[in-house]
Design a protein around this ligand. Structure first.
Ligand code: NDP
Ligand code: MG
Length: 390
């Protein structure tokens, strides 16, 4: 915040999505603390219009330029600035009054505007994990250079972040990320061969956008979160462990060198990590449902199975190989998830395409931003060809 008692000015990249709409609920609950400065979307223009009328931001941006006229006309009676296109997303986050940029866009598209926000020294509430998967090293360097805080919104990383509060200087032995295991946790390999997008879109514990819901079903989401944890918390890959915990009550844990383990718990509700990123380092009151131990009597844990969920192993491999390999995996994954949702590739076929794309795309050990852009393009093209060849 620039001044005491000033409301935090928040820009939401991807306000029409699952995280974006929940962030607006948090802001709505705390009008004395937070104000919406900018809202952005890609296609869902009607929802963006409704949000703009309700929250009266300074500006709105629609990434898809074809929707500009519709948006502009619908808000003509209000003093809201209206912009369109990818460049406008990068420019809007630089606006002087903004304190926090919530990156709630999905996929690689979040990388560039996040870089702009870091360079403009805005606190980043980071939901868009793909940014750290693709270019974690570059993002960390930029954040250091511009002294920009990155506050995790992903529930596991918010949990770790909360466990680390008050532990400055203490040695972390292990970061333990919990995973629900997704809708197919108990399925056999044979059963996985025929699962449909409709089945995969039914997550047992969380309501999320379609891309991350499929990533949760394949456990690529957990693989991405391992990479995300490496960059956020500066731990070595060998220090990051995944444990399947189907109840999603423990959101993640940290083990310290004295053997003590701290866990952060609560009912699964993304509004809490969103609110914590907004209020950090303070906590503020919420009306969210409380965990009731008379109802929650059974917390269980099991090991992840990387034979049935190969994407988790592929993400670990990409992390160990480093360079542009996680960028390759991310690009291939975005292509296969889209193809799976359209019925063009099977559930298990997704891992095959990702694995082949990893071997066929040019490897770069110390990528620059331009290398990431080229890698993303090359890997998408290879993955698309592999799907079309099947
Ligand atoms: P959704 O699909 O629900 O929402 C995505 C948002 O991004 C929408 O506002 C969408 O606009 C916008 N968007 C999509 N593509 C583009 C683009 N090319 N350019 C500009 N804007 C775009 O996703 P989620 O809210 O579920 O997830 C958002 C991010 O948060 C992801 O990175 C995900 O991994 C991460 N995350 C999500 C969690 C969750 O519970 N949902 C939990 C932890 C992390 P439009 O609506 O117009 O298409
Ligand atoms: Mg998560």
């Amino acid at each position: 915040m620039n001044q005491q008692n000033k409301k935090k000015q928040i820009a939401i990249l991807g306000s029409t999505g699952s995280i974006g709409t929940q962030a607006l609920q948090v802001i709505d609950e705390h009008p004395e603390l937070y104000e919406v400065y900018a809202l952005t979307a890609n296609n869902r223009v009607d929802m963006l219009i409704a949000q703009a009328r309700r929250f009266q931001p300074e500006a709105v941006v629609i990434a898809n330029e074809d929707k500009y006229t519709q948006l502009k006309d619908a808000l003509a009676d209000l003093p809201i600035k209206v912009y369109a296109g990818d460049d406008a997303l990068c420019q809007i986050v630089e606006s002087e009054p903004i304190d926090v940029v919530l990156t709630a866009m999905v996929g690689y598209a979040g990388l560039k505007p996040t870089m702009s926000a870091i360079k403009a020294r805005k606190a980043i509430a980071l939901a868009n994990k793909e940014t750290l998967v693709v270019a974690g090293e570059l993002i960390n360097k930029l954040a250091q250079q511009y002294r920009t805080p990155i506050l995790p919104v992903d529930s596991e990383h918010s949990a770790v972040f909360q466990c680390l509060s008050g532990e400055v200087g203490n040695t972390i032995e292990k970061v333990i990320l919990t995973a629900s295991g997704g809708p197919f946790r108990t399925f056999t390999y044979e059963q996985l061969q025929t699962v449909t997008p409709q089945q995969a879109l039914k997550h047992p514990n969380w309501e999320m956008g379609s891309k991350i819901t499929i990533d949760s079903a394949t456990m690529m989401n957990k693989g991405f979160e391992v990479i995300e944890a490496k960059w956020l918390f500066g731990v070595h890959p060998t220090q990051i462990e995944v444990v399947v915990h189907p109840q999603s009550v423990i959101h993640s844990m940290v083990q310290f060198e004295d053997s003590s383990i701290k866990a952060q718990m609560g009912l699964p509700d993304m509004r809490l990590p969103i609110q914590y990123a907004f209020s950090y380092p303070d906590r503020v009151y919420s009306t969210f449902e409380r965990l009731d131990f008379s109802k929650c009597t059974n917390l269980t844990f099991e090991q992840p199975d990387t034979k049935r969920f190969r994407n988790l192993a592929l993400a670990y491999e990409a992390m160990y190989r480093g360079g542009n390999m996680p960028c390759i995996v991310n690009a291939a994954n975005e292509i296969v998830v889209d193809a799976f949702l359209k019925g063009k590739v099977s559930f298990l076929g997704m891992s095959n395409v990702i694995e082949k794309t990893m071997t066929e795309t040019s490897f770069v050990i110390s990528p620059t931003y331009d290398d990431y852009v080229a890698t993303d393009k090359e890997a998408r093209s290879i993955a698309t060809q592999l799907i079309n060849k099947q």
